[in-house]
Design a protein. Structure first.
Length: 123
């Protein structure tokens, strides 16, 4: 949500939020500058690069989730949040807070809070 400019749980004061937003604009300006001209024209929505941010998140969210949870080890922070592929039951995560095929998960290695709109404080 932060990358896409839609942070649903903003604790920081306005000054810190503006600083974060400016840093994100700068990062996505640099990404935009490195794009091929044909692709670059697709992202001329405004100086905030919201469309580029959306598509960057869509392309990279799995990698970001893995990076965020790579050091969690076998800690079971999320509780019984994985759902069996047949929908019959739930089970607790144990492998770096990821659902597993051996546990019956539909999507191997998916973090239970992989959804885009889980508020920050619930992640």
């Amino acid at each position: 949500d932060i990358v896409r400019g839609r942070d649903l749980y903003i604790r920081n004061n306005e000054k810190k939020r503006k600083q974060l937003e400016e840093k994100l604009k700068k990062i996505f300006q640099e990404i935009h500058n490195e794009l091929d001209n044909r692709i670059k024209s697709k992202y001329k929505d405004n100086a905030n690069f919201f469309k580029l941010r959306e598509e960057w998140w869509e392309a990279n969210r799995e990698t970001v989730w893995k990076a965020l949870t790579c050091q969690t080890g076998s800690h079971a922070y999320f509780g019984s949040t994985c759902i069996h592929s047949d929908g019959s039951s739930q089970y607790q995560t144990h492998d770096k807070c990821r659902c597993t095929k051996t546990g019956g998960a539909k999507h191997e290695g998916q973090v239970p809070t992989y959804f885009d709109y889980v508020p920050q404080y619930l992640r």
